[in-house]
Design a protein around this ligand. Structure first.
Ligand SMILES: [Zn+2]
Length: 101
């Protein structure tokens, strides 16, 4: 008796061996995701890839990130200021003590 093992790559979603699959490598920042998908389940990816030029205008998603970061920065500054506040009210003795350390 001969055992034959056949490896068949199937769609990650439906795992239907009858459906031809395509391999996709998706990258997002440092994330790399490999997917084998049939035509049906690859559709969202194909649609995204088909709209290459329309993805660029969507790039504001990237622009949003710095905006979010910029939004956070002032908040941090405000916190820093609040933290610095009490430091300024140090007494001369306290300042002298700090200088000695
Ligand atoms: Zn599928």
């Amino acid at each position: 008796m001969v055992e034959v093992h056949v490896k068949v790559r199937v769609c990650d979603k439906c795992r239907d061996v009858k459906r031809p699959i395509r391999s996709y490598t998706l990258t997002e920042g440092e994330r790399v995701v490999e997917r084998d998908l049939c035509e049906e389940h690859a559709r969202p990816i194909e649609e995204a890839m088909a709209g290459e030029s329309s993805i660029l205008p969507q790039a504001p998603a990237d622009v949003v990130t710095p905006k979010v970061a910029a939004g956070k920065a002032p908040a941090k500054k405000a916190t820093a200021r609040q933290r610095r506040g009490p430091t300024k009210t140090l007494t001369v003795e306290e300042i002298e003590a700090l200088k000695r350390t």
